[in-house]
Structures are given as C-alpha cells and as structure tokens.
Design a protein around this ligand. Sequence first.
Ligand code: ATP
Length: 304
Amino acid sequence: MLSLEDVSRVLAGRTVVRALDLELRRGEVLGLLGVNGAGKSTTLRMIAGVLAPSRGRVRLGGEDLYEYPELARRRIGYLPEVPPLHAELTPAEFLAFCARLRGLARGAVAAAVGRAIERCELGEVRRRPIAALSKGFRQRVGLAQAIVHEPELIVLDEPASGLDPVQALKLRQLVRGLGEEHAVVLSTHVLPDVSACCDRVAILHRGELRYGGTPGEQAQDTFLVGTAKIVHAVDWQALDLVASAEALEPRRWRVQLRPGVAVDTLARAVVERGFGLQELRAEDGSLERAFLAVAAADAPEQAA
Ligand SMILES: Nc1ncnc2c1ncn2[C@@H]1O[C@H](COP(=O)(O)OP(=O)(O)OP(=O)(O)O)[C@@H](O)[C@H]1O
C-alpha cells in the first residue's frame, strides 16, 4: 500500500533523512523508533504527504504522493507532533470540519464524526470548546481528526504524548484495532508501545534506517531464568546450548541461546542439571537493547 523508494530530505542544507526504503501493507502497523533528531517526524511528514522528498518517491497504492497531492488529503490521516486544532470549535464541530475538508459527502459527516468520537472516547467533551480541554483530551481530538475520514493509511507522530497510563493503554488497543483494516505508521519513544501494537519496527538513526524487523524477533534467543539453587557462570558454560549467561541476581540469569536452540531444550537442561527451575520467560527488553545498540553505534546526535 505504501512504499518509500530511496527517499531523502534536505532541510537547512543538511540531509536529515537519507536513502530510506520502506514498505507497508494494509493490515500492518509499523513503529518508527529513534533518538531525538533521528528523522522520525520528517519521515512521517513525507509519508503523510505534507513534505516533499528532496529525492526518491513516496507512493500510496502505487501513485506518487507528490504528483497526486489529492491522494494524501482523502486517503491519509495524519496526527502531527503538535495537532493543528481549532481551539474555538468544539470537538464535534472541528471533526465535522475535518471530515468535509477530506472530501466526505455532507450526508456522511455526522455518522463519521460520531464514530471517531466514540473510538477516541470524546463523548463527554464533544460540546466543549477545544481550548478548554486537557492535554490528553486535545491529543485524542488530534487522533480523532486523523481517522474521521476512514483513511487507508494512518500516520501518527507520538500519539501517546500527553496521555495518562489508562489512556495510553486504550490508545494501544485502538491502534491495534485500526491496524486490522488500515495501515498505520507511528513514531514513539515508548518501547513497550511498539511491542504491544506494532507488527514491524524500523529504527532510524541520523536519518538512516539502521534496523528493520518485527518487535518480537530479537526476543526469541534471550531468556530470564530463575533457579532455586545458586548457579555459577561455569554451570551455564557447561551447557552447549548457551551462547552467553549474565547474572542479574544470584538466582536469576539472563541466558542467550545459540542460534536455532529452542527454549524447551533450555528448560529441559535446567531441570536435568538440578538447577531448580523457578522462572523462565523471554526477555522483553530486547527491543530496548537493539535500540540502544543502534543509538550507541556512533557519536551522539548533534543537538536537534
Ligand atoms: N524545518 C527544519 N529546518 C531545519 N532543520 C530541521 C527542520 N525540521 C527538523 N530539522 C532537523 O532535522 C533533524 C530530524 O528532525 P526530526 O524532527 O525529523 O527528528 P525526530 O526523530 O522526529 O526527533 P524527535 O524525537 O526529537 O521529535 C533534526 O536534526 C532537526 O533539527
């Protein structure tokens, strides 16, 4: 549905996004990660069709967004870092305005607004001026305007910004739900969000794609193992299936398996050696490690 082919963007004489290739299919949620200034917002602006690439092409359903800007208006929903809200309007008025702007027929507007209000849980504030809303509610209005016209592609720049933990959880569920019918690209600094609601992850650093994959795939070889007995590094080294083992506590280890070794083989070995298996789970911090490894790969990013 969406493809970026060799996309670069120069801003103020500096290449801030460089030779980016990305693809996204309907029904997929892609999470864009990167340190501050990595180029996430610039990439999202190009995907949303509000910024032209200096080189390369962004295509939606095979059509170049730069050549057909109308496509972006009707078929893409975009939540920028700072949502452009009309503070004097109520959410209901603002969403109706956005729906018309994006090409919805007059007769379809009320139902579309009702749906967006329900999905983003804005019912209780629908008739209050946006200026009077809390930051979290304003963020939800921003999200509602991005989905009101049922776009094929939804582009969300840090959608969890300003949301409380309850709302952040609901947002993950909403994004997951949206991802079933639409394609979603989002940027975030919240790594658990990526694991929870993204099918794929791309890590940008200094404007370049440094990692692309699924959020879970790095997690499959590293496990946290709790034992009843105190186990030593040599005990792990004696197991052929272990690539490395790091003590977190005397009875808790981070164990990385050699390629191709299944976790049940580890479980069996721990039991057979009499370590006293108490806990065994895939480490969910692996995405964080991949992220930190990318970020640490070269000198710190210049001040953005
Ligand atoms: N309008 C602009 N003019 C000049 N430079 C810009 C402009 N917008 C962004 N930049 C620069 O481009 C680089 C990438 O910025 P971008 O906002 O895309 O990064 P980001 O990954 O979204 O960062 P953050 O996580 O802080 O939002 C930064 O170095 C930034 O200073």
